[in-house]
Design a protein around this ligand. Structure first.
Ligand code: GMT
Length: 382
């Protein structure tokens, strides 16, 4: 089935926006018509891509508004775009506030005698942190229950949602994906010398620098690793803990061995330069950065939390340790940097996992059949 789909996500910040954007690009490549509806152009979206349109949500301010009502402006824009382009379905990523806006848009379309089912994809903190917050709990539960389809990015998140919200309807698990043609290993690390001129081993961390990512652990791990192996840490991304992390690097006396690169549009060019990816997060419902690294043949050293064990098999295609156990993470990184045979074996296994379980060719069709199912169910009901 060919769909005309509206996709809404947070365009600038975090993994949910990346998944939504990559999904839209993949769908457009497969012939679907994709309309992104958001307040800014998603960071990884190439606006020139055929069959992709971007519709900006303008949020006007007014002296009465202490907080401009983005959710309402978004609902209005969703309804407008759906009417104008005869959308078949809306797919919103991150429940709050997107599923509430979609629910309103669906009701507005009904006034025009038009149907507009919506699917909500849960990514993690929308359930585990924000959705469980008292002020958002009732509306999040309501909008999930009202969704025509709900997906979660891991078995862990499906179970967490059922636990946090009690019995909800069916939640379909569709795991995150990576394009293994774009994310590729580069065993020669051809461009690494521009970033690490002394030829040290390269550690990388990639995130939105929020407290849940434990970015300070990355610096402490580097400090420990450097006692054994010359290494340089590339910190990719930005967020609230970036400036404190830069300070900590100075305090630890390792600032010349760390480069903070900020937000990067083409991480597929950077990740293959690394020997190891650090993901010391307190919680991850999936851990997209680890998957991207694995596709590039870069073994991740991560934490045994949330949905990460569904992605990384400890000791096979990466390592898993407890959050906060810097010594254990350091030991794993040192072993990967000093034992070339181990690193080569894990690198191959990591790529194999990405290719055989999480590549776009396996996952995008799951979304396509879900769209068909939800749209078909809706047509049968009205
Ligand atoms: O906190 C983040 O990492 C951002 C958040 C998001 O929604 O942008 O990420 C969540 O969604 C990603 C994409 O599906 C997952 O890979 C992350 O594991 C998940 N983060 C958490 O659960 C903390």
């Amino acid at each position: 089935m060919y769909v005309r789909i509206g996709i809404t996500c947070y365009p600038t910040y975090g993994g949910s926006g990346i998944v939504a954007t990559e999904l839209g690009l993949e769908l457009a490549n497969r012939g679907h018509e994709v309309h992104f509806i958001s307040y800014a152009n998603p960071i990884r979206l190439d606006p020139g891509t055929p069959r992709i349109r971007y519709h900006e949500v303008e949020v006007s301010n007014y002296p009465l508004f202490q907080h401009p009502p983005y959710s309402l402006a978004l609902a209005s824009r969703m309804a407008e775009v759906a009417l104008c382009y005869s959308l078949d379905v809306l797919h919103v990523h991150y429940a709050i506030p997107h599923s509430v806006s979609a629910l309103l848009a669906r009701q507005m379309l009904a006034r025009h005698g038009r149907r507009l089912p919506f699917i909500t994809t849960l990514h993690g903190t929308d359930i585990t942190l924000v959705g469980a917050d008292r002020s958002y709990f009732p509306i999040t539960k309501f909008s999930i229950e009202e969704s025509d389809g709900v997906t979660a990015i891991s078995d862990y998140l499906r179970a967490a949602t059922a636990e946090v919200f009690g019995a909800t309807g069916e939640i379909r698990v569709i795991k995150n994906f990576v394009n293994c043609d774009i994310y590729q290993p580069d065993p020669e690390r051809r461009h690494a010398s521009t970033l690490t001129p002394q030829g040290e081993k390269v550690l990388m961390h990639l995130s939105n620098f929020r407290p849940v990512k434990r970015v300070f652990d990355c610096l402490r791990i580097l400090q420990g690793v450097r006692r054994e192996v010359p290494a340089h840490l590339l910190m990719v991304g930005d967020g609230p803990d970036r400036a404190p992390a830069e300070n900590l690097a100075r305090e630890l006396g390792i600032e010349e061995h760390v480069t903070f690169l900020g937000k990067q549009g083409h991480v597929e060019r950077l990740i293959p330069l690394a020997h190891v990816l650090l993901q010391p997060s307190e919680l991850e419902s999936f851990g997209l950065a680890a998957l991207e690294a694995m596709a590039c043949g870069v073994p991740p050293v991560g934490t045994r939390v949330g949905g990460v064990p569904e992605l990384i098999t400890d000791g096979v295609d990466g390592f898993l340790e407890a959050p906060g156990d810097v010594a254990a993470h350091t030991a794993r990184v040192v072993s990967l940097l000093t034992d070339d045979a181990l690193r080569a074996r894990m690198s191959g296994a990591a790529r194999h996992t990405a290719e055989t379980r999480f590549c776009t060719g396996l996952i995008i069709p799951q979304y396509e059949s879900y769209y068909e199912e939800v749209c078909g169910r809706w047509t049968a009901a009205v």
